[in-house]
Design a protein around this ligand. Structure first.
Ligand SMILES: Cc1cc2nc3c(=O)[nH]c(=O)nc-3n(C[C@H](O)[C@H](O)[C@H](O)COP(=O)(O)O)c2cc1C
Length: 338
C-alpha cells in the first residue's frame, strides 16, 4: 500500500467530490460545502494550513534521543499515538456516497482500535448518522467518543445516555454547529449554548464532556468553568464560518488560559507527523485528523485508514528524533520564521 495509490483510487471513487490532492489544503475544493471544502471562499480551511506552516522547528541530532515515546494519556486512557480520528458524517452529500455512513463508521472505528487510538463519531440531520457511530463504538469496543450537534439540552442528554450505553469513554458536542442551516432547514434545532445550559448538561450525563469548536480563550474559560473536561480547538475544518483564524494561531493563547484546568485538543489541516509535533509543542494534548481519513477510506477502506494513521505516527516518531524530543511532555520549542 502506498499513499499515492490510495489517493488515486480515492479520487476515482469520490467522483469529483474530492480531488484527493497531493496536499489536502482546501484550495482546489474552496467553497465546496456540501463537499469536502471550506465554506464560502474556503478561507477558514486554508487558514488552518497557513497557520501551521508559519511555525518552524530546529533540527537537532547531537543528543541521546533514540526511541521517543509517542504514546499519551487522554482523560485517563492510554493511547498509542496522539492522533485521533475526527468526527465526520454526511458521506453521501460530502463525498458522493461510494461508502455509506455505517460502512465508514465501522472502518474508522476498527482502524482506530487496531492502531490503538481514539475514534470520534459525529451527528447531522439524518437520524441514522449518530446511531451509526454509536453502533461502531459498541461493536468494535474502540476508545470511542460520539459528538452530538448542539441540539436542545434534552436531546443532548439523551444522546449522551446512548454514548454511555455504547461503552464510549467520553461524550462531545460540536458547539460550532450552532448555526448549521442544513439542520435548521430540516426542522432540527441547533443553537448556541449558555454556560448555564452546559452546566446542566454536565450535571445530567455520566461521561466527561468535550466541547469542540472553541476558538477563543474566553470561550475556553467558559467551557472549563461550566465543567467540561476537554475542548477541541477547531473551526470545524473551515466548514461552518468563512474567515476564521487558523487553529495553530489561536491554540497558544487558549492553552495559556485553560491548559492547567482541562485537556486541550486541536484539529484543522494537520497532515503529517511534524504538524502533530508542532501542535503538541504549542500546547495541545493530542490532535484530530479529518479529511485525509475520508480520502483513505475511499482509497482502500479500513486498511488505508490504518496505513495513514501509522504513516503520520511514524513521521511524528522521526520528527521527535530529529528535534531531540524524548516524549510528548518535553516537546521542542517552535517559533515563527522571521
Ligand atoms: C465531510 C466532513 C464531515 C464532517 N462532519 C462532522 C460532524 O459530523 N461532526 C463534527 O463535529 N465535525 C465534523 N467535521 C469536522 C471535523 O471533525 C474536523 O473538525 C475537521 O474536518 C478537521 O479538519 P481537517 O479535515 O482539515 O483535518 C466534518 C468534516 C468534514 C470534512
Amino acid at each position: 500500500m502506498n499513499w499515492n495509490e490510495i489517493r488515486e483510487k480515492a479520487r476515482q471513487n469520490m467522483k469529483g467530490y474530492c480531488r484527493a490532492c497531493k496536499r489536502c489544503d482546501g484550495i482546489a475544493c474552496a467553497g465546496e460545502v456540501p463537499g469536502m471544502g471550506g465554506t464560502g471562499t474556503g478561507n477558514g480551511f486554508i487558514a488552518n494550513i497557513e497557520a501551521l506552516d508559519k511555525w518552524k522547528v530546529k533540527l537537532k541530532t547531537l543528543h541521546d534521543v533514540l526511541k521517543p515515546d509517542i504514546d499519551t494519556i487522554f482523560l485517563g486512557h492510554k493511547v498509542n499515538m496522539p492522533i485521533f480520528a475526527a468526527p465526520m458524517t454526511g458521506l453521501k452529500g460530502n463525498a458522493g456516497g461510494y461508502i455509506t455512513e455505517r460502512e465508514y463508521a465501522m472502518m474508522a472505528a476498527e482502524a482506530c482500535k487496531s492502531v490503538g487510538t481514539i475514534y470520534m463519531s459525529g451527528d447531522a440531520n439524518d437520524p441514522d448518522m449518530y446511531p451509526a457511530g454509536i453502533d461502531a463504538i459498541k461493536n468494535t469496543k474502540v476508545f470511542g467518543i460520539p459528538f452530538s450537534k448542539p441540539r436542545t439540552v434534552a436531546e443532548i442528554i439523551e444522546k449522551a445516555r446512548m454514548a454511555k450505553e455504547s461503552g464510549a469513554i467520553a461524550f462531545g458536542i460540536d458547539v460550532d454547529g450552532a448555526g448549521l442551516i442544513m439542520m435548521i432547514r430540516s426542522g432540527q434545532f441547533v443553537g448556541p449554548k449558555s454556560k448555564k445550559e452546559i452546566k446542566k448538561i454536565v450535571n445530567n450525563i455520566e461521561l466527561p464532556l468535550i466541547l469542540k469548536g472553541i476558538m477563543t480563550p474566553e470561550e475556553a474559560e467558559i467551557a472549563a468553568e461550566a465543567g467540561a473536561k476537554a475542548i477541541v480547538v477547531s473551526n470545524h475544518g473551515g466548514r461552518v464560518l468563512d474567515f476564521t483564524d487558523g487553529t495553530a494561531d489561536v491554540l497558544p493563547e487558549i492553552v495559556k488560559a485553560v491548559g492547567d484546568k482541562i485537556e486541550v485538543l486541536v484539529d484543522g489541516g494537520i497532515r503529517s507527523g511534524i504538524d502533530v509535533l508542532k501542535m503538541i509543542s504549542l500546547g495541545a494534548k493530542a490532535v484530530l485528523i479529518g479529511r485525509p481519513l475520508l480520502i483513505a477510506a475511499h482509497g482502500g477502506g479500513k486498511e488505508a485508514i490504518e496505513f495513514y494513521l501509522k504513516k503520520v505516527a511514524d513521521e511524528l516518531y522521526q520528527a521527535m528524533i530529529l528535534t531531540g524530543c524524548k516524549n510528548l511532555k518535553n516537546t521542542p520549542e517552535v517559533y515563527r520564521a522571521s
